[in-house]
Design a protein around this ligand. Structure first.
Ligand SMILES: NC(=O)c1ccc[n+]([C@@H]2O[C@H](COP(=O)([O-])OP(=O)(O)OC[C@H]3O[C@@H](n4cnc5c(N)ncnc54)[C@H](O)[C@@H]3O)[C@@H](O)[C@H]2O)c1
Length: 253
């Protein structure tokens, strides 16, 4: 039985998940739908959106867009306001890892990395927070960062690390700013998780990175998604302003 078919009673809560069609995004959608949340997926890959729509039925609202376009983000949240009146959970998950090495990083690659990994999340927060006003309970923003912002032994290039570090500073600022409004904001920073993003690195680099994982394997998308589900649940109400590192204990010294 898939998560979506054992969906809990509809909780009345509404979430937005960016990059919903990717490896981690699809697992996060499945987790939230199983927890009774209606999810709008923001994603540029229409095939990914179609697959989620046929898997989750009316619990999933597909919305194709380019997240590097602030006007398209504003239009998506505008539609959600019309149809659902607001939003309870935002998961800024969309991201990529462009791999040119410093100092030979083209300016347009640097801009693209920052736009998708940081600016898109910034604009989604700007759109979502006013729509969280007046909703029941503690509302949640969960930013998918990366262990690569903190572990300098692994392969990630500096513009990737910096984009995720910027995201985590946004997490802390918004957590502080909106604590009394009962909006909890956290980052989840995973290490190697088996998704199509693995294709950005060569086989040798991937093998070396996986060899460092203490459990002898990559993490699975649903393992990370379970933490998103935990933070989104009432158990997560008292947690805000944290960067939660998931890496099987790899970097403990
Ligand atoms: N996989 C890992 O090992 C790993 C480790 C650390 C952090 N992360 C983070 O997890 C998040 C999810 O990555 P993933 O591993 O599932 O990768 P993925 O490539 O499978 O998914 C990313 C999704 O984002 C979408 N996307 C990218 N640019 C977009 C744009 N401009 N507009 C709309 N959609 C866009 C893609 O279409 C894709 O579906 C990312 O933020 C990534 O940095 C992943």
């Amino acid at each position: 039985m898939t998560k979506s078919t054992k969906r809990a009673t509809d909780s009345g809560r509404v979430a937005v998940v960016t990059g919903a069609g990717g490896g981690l995004g699809a697992a996060i959608v499945a987790q939230l739908v199983a927890d009774g949340v209606r999810v709008m997926g923001l994603e540029r890959n229409r095939d990914g959106l179609d697959a989620l729509a046929s898997r989750h039925g009316e619990a999933f609202i597909p919305y194709p867009l380019d997240l590097t376009r602030p006007d398209e983000i504003a239009a998506a949240f505008g539609q959600l306001r019309e149809t659902h009146g607001g939003v309870d959970i935002l998961v800024n998950n969309a991201g990529t890892c462009f791999m040119s090495e410093f100092p030979d990083i083209p300016a347009d690659e640097f801009e693209a990395q920052m736009k998708i990994n940081f600016s898109a999340a910034f604009h989604c927060c700007q759109a979502a927070i006013p729509m969280m006003a007046g909703r029941d309970g503690v509302r949640k923003i969960i930013n998918i960062s990366s262990n690569g912002a903190y572990n300098f032994d692994v392969f990630d290039p500096p513009h990737y690390r910096a984009s995720k570090a910027a995201l985590d500073t946004l997490t802390k600022d918004l957590a502080r700013r909106y604590a009394a409004d009962k909006i909890a904001v956290n980052s989840i920073a995973p290490a190697m998780t088996e998704t199509p993003l693995f294709n950005v690195v060569s086989e040798d680099v991937l093998k070396a990175a996986l060899a460092q994982m203490p459990h002898g394997r990559a993490m699975r998308p649903e393992e990370v998604a379970a933490w998103v589900g935990f933070l989104a649940s009432p158990a997560g109400d008292i947690c805000s302003g944290n960067v939660i590192i998931l890496n099987q204990g790899r970097d403990v010294r």
